[in-house]
Design a protein around this ligand. Structure first.
Ligand code: GH3
Ligand code: MG
Ligand code: MG
Ligand code: MG
Length: 312
């Protein structure tokens, strides 16, 4: 077989990394007690397109993580009374930050200290001074990979929509936001009609195809600020921020009409499938769960009333 053209391949990879890291501006949190140095790293990374949050007080780290939600963290080791190693250990106690890439940036040369620092929760040890171009590249590749990995964790593999647990969290977040700010937002539950028949008559592959088609339609027809999840097998949940239930009925009504017009090719010719949806305003309920139940109830009524439509 032909040998791989290594220089060409490297070229392509280089271009891909550049394109991707430009396409996905990541977030970086820097903790360094040397404010000037932290500021310098911040400028260098901002120049490369990153969203950078820099702090110098280790006590602020958990708050800063919650605010910045970084894809990667740069962590100084010697910070007065504090050790970055302890900070890394502390961060790893938070399940949310278990897989956050942490890079130590330190002038510490003692090998055993470096090894211990890695054992306590860091992913890499870079010895200061770190050159700007190396820092940028190291952050770019790790950030990209962390984001890719995160997508695999939070998204459903068939539809690329948010998984059940993630959309549930999003519904809870939006419910809390509505109550706090006095805003109106709507949650919708969508379920395919007579879907068991589709599977039974035309096979699971056709069924999967139909599920994917609905996911794509939702992505295209809804706003970029709407949050879409695959709630279960052929059930979807959508959060429509700043939408009343009437607005949601209108929007989803269009999705419903659009979906019923799609023709799916099967062994027995072309078929169409319909969907039913139920909506409920999040702000009208004490808990997100109550709102979800109400949307589910509305969906149930829609099924009783003949399917193929949206009900509040
Ligand atoms: P209704 O109109 O009342 O909702 O009827 P239905 O047949 O859609 O309702 P039911 O909940 O009984 O059936 C859902 C079916 O969806 C059962 C299951 O085989 C199918 N299903 C669930 N997940 C998947 C999937 O990932 N792929 C495929 N092809 N089918 C799935
Ligand atoms: Mg220091
Ligand atoms: Mg169902
Ligand atoms: Mg169904």
């Amino acid at each position: 077989s032909e040998p791989l053209d290594v220089p060409l391949l490297a070229d392509r990879i280089e271009r891909l990394i550049n394109e991707r890291s430009k396409a996905i501006p990541g977030r970086v949190l820097i903790l360094d007690d040397d404010e000037d140095l932290a500021r310098h790293y911040q400028l260098v990374l901002q120049e490369a397109g990153f969203d950078v949050h820099a702090i110098s007080d280790p006590e602020e780290v958990l708050l800063a993580l919650a605010e910045c939600r970084p894809d990667i963290m740069l962590l100084d080791v010697r910070m007065g009374h504090y050790s970055g190693v302890t900070v890394a250990k502390l961060i790893r106690f938070e399940p949310q930050w278990l897989s956050l890439p942490i890079i130590y940036l330190s002038s510490e040369k003692d090998r055993s200290v470096q090894l211990e620092a890695l054992a306590q929760g860091g992913d890499e040890f870079m010895t200061k001074p770190v050159s700007d171009d190396y820092l940028v590249r190291a952050v770019q590749v790790r950030c990209y990979r962390a984001r890719q990995l995160n997508q695999l964790v939070i998204r459903d593999s068939l539809t690329s929509l948010l998984k059940h647990s993630v959309i549930k969290q999003e519904i809870e977040k939006e419910h809390a936001r509505c109550l706090r700010m006095g805003h109106v937002s709507t949650v919708a539950m969508i379920d395919l009609d007579h879907f068991k028949q589709v599977n039974d008559r035309y096979g699971h592959r056709t069924g999967d195809h139909v599920i994917k088609a609905l996911a794509n339609l939702l992505r295209h027809r809804l706003r970029s600020t709407d949050v879409i999840g695959r709630y279960g097998g052929e059930e979807f949940a959508v959060v429509l921020p700043e939408c009343t239930s009437n607005m949601a009925i209108e929007v989803l009504g269009k999705v419903c009409d659009g979906f019923s017009e799609i023709l799916f090719t099967t062994s027995e010719g072309e078929i169409s499938v319909t969907l039913s949806a139920g909506v409920a305003e999040l702000n009208a309920f004490k808990s997100a769960n109550d709102a979800l139940n109400a949307a589910d109830q509305a969906l149930y009524w829609r099924k009783k009333a003949g399917r193929d439509g949206v009900t509040a």
